[in-house]
Design a binder for this molecule. Structure first.
Ligand code: GDP
Ligand code: MN
Length: 399
């Protein structure tokens, strides 16, 4: 789960992570009031959307060509910029061309930036450790830095048995070229951030930029915090920060039904049981020249209703031109799945090609149900055959 920058900063502040003073605003008047309360001489008006690249982003309706993060010098300028930014659509590298409507702003005290650094933490699956990443190349996209100059990213993996130690924070501080009192400030910052990461069951925290101010302070100017969904039950207060406006409606609907659905950009809808099989199915669709429209794991105990719900979710996406159902009947029996597929296909009045690959328990009975249904369901023998058939069927339907 993702939260807004202002929410992340409020959480981090509680752990002693240094952040500038700021307030959230839902209207231009709110923004002006926030600016007056914070005090000048400069403020930053920041669009709150669940996407990065806001600074370099552009508003789709805005002729002044200014980005989603603006430094202004008077309360009146805060108000005027807020007026323009709120209810406008911000397009950044991460939002996609449709952009996202700005409904909240964060008004922050301006800060005298001497250096922009990068600091991130994530759970590294390879080492099974929280890994801290730091770079002197802050303020820009870390993916670009990783691609062009990987040597400029310092990585430190933390052994969970001993946790973060002072030598780790010094190693990072020196790696960032800090000296004097900045080393102590950075060490305090990293220690607090690590504590927040562990306590809050975060999966990623990204501070880009981490700044060194003219007076030698170290502060988070930006903060992105992602949480491990599997641990959210331990954090009801964080769950309350969920902003459904920022999430895909189909993904919210899927979560309510216990379906694991992620929308993608392709045109072949996938319904699979098991996350690993779902990943493999997406891979093989691509191998056969197609593009998956979604990831969807219906889970092990898929009932007829769940299968029908899954079908409807897939078909909500207007890009979908064909569906591939790939089910391995282990705990689930293939005949039950087949009944679910047939009922769902009838219920939703399916008009796109449907390829079904079944394997496992009661597979023959399952295939017979599909055949006897009278629906135009294309049966596949194996995964490769299924991918081949759905890619061909979609291509044939659009010639
Ligand atoms: P992002 O573009 O979505 O990552 O948003 P950021 O919060 O990182 O803001 C983009 C850029 O705005 C930062 O890299 C800074 O260079 C600049 N910026 C943000 N806050 C301030 C500030 O208080 N003062 C100044 N001068 N620049 C800021
Ligand atoms: Mn940033």
């Amino acid at each position: 789960m993702n939260i807004h920058e202002y929410q992340a900063k409020a959480l981090l502040r509680k752990y002693g992570v240094a952040v500038p003073e700021g307030r959230v605003a839902f209207s231009a008047q709110d923004a002006a009031d926030a600016a007056s309360a914070i005090g000048g001489p400069a403020w930053v008006v920041k669009s709150q959307i669940h996407a990065g690249g806001r600074g370099a982003g552009r508003f789709s309706n805005d002729p002044d060509g200014k980005g989603g993060v603006r430094v202004v010098k008077s309360v009146n300028d805060v108000r005027e910029n807020a007026q323009k930014m709120l209810a406008s659509v911000l397009v950044t590298k991460q939002t996609g061309p449709a952009g996202k409507e700005v409904k909240r702003l964060y008004i922050e005290e301006g800060c005298d930036i001497a250096r922009e650094l990068y600091l991130g933490m994530l759970v590294d699956r390879t080492t099974s450790r929280i890994t801290i990443m730091a770079s002197t190349e802050g303020g820009m996209e870390i993916e670009e830095v990783a691609h062009r100059t990987p040597e400029k990213i310092l990585k430190v993996a933390i052994d969970p048995a001993t946790g973060l130690q002072p030598f780790h924070t010094r190693q990072i501080a020196f790696g960032l070229g800090l000296s004097g009192k900045q080393v102590g400030a950075a060490s305090k910052f990293i220690t607090a951030l690590y504590q927040a990461f562990v306590d809050l069951d975060a999966s990623i925290v990204e501070v880009n930029p981490l700044v060194v101010t003219g007076s030698g302070d170290v502060m988070a100017l930006d903060a992105k915090l992602n949480f491990d969904d599997n641990a959210l039950y331990r954090h009801p207060d964080i769950e309350k920060l969920r902003d459904e406006d920022e999430e895909d409606p189909a993904e919210i609907e899927a979560a309510k039904h216990g379906l694991n659905y992620v929308k993608l950009d392709g045109n072949i809808g996938c319904m699979v049981n098991g996350a690993g099989l779902a990943m493999a199915t997406m891979d093989i669709i691509k191998l056969y020249g197609g593009e998956p429209a979604n990831f969807l794991d219906v889970g092990g105990g898929a009932t007829q209703e769940r299968v029908a719900t899954a079908f409807k979710l897939i078909l909500r996406d207007p890009k979908v031109q064909g569906i591939l159902v790939n089910i391995f009947g282990g705990i689930m029996r293939c005949d039950v799945i087949a009944q679910g597929v047939v009922a769902a296909a009838r219920e939703v009045d399916l008009r796109v090609p449907l390829v079904v690959r079944l394997a496992g328990t009661n597979v023959d009975a399952g295939r017979e149900i599909l055949r006897a249904s009278g629906l135009t369901i294309i049966a596949a023998e194996n995964l490769a055959d299924a991918a081949d058939k759905i890619v061909s069927a979609v291509a044939a339907a659009h010639h």
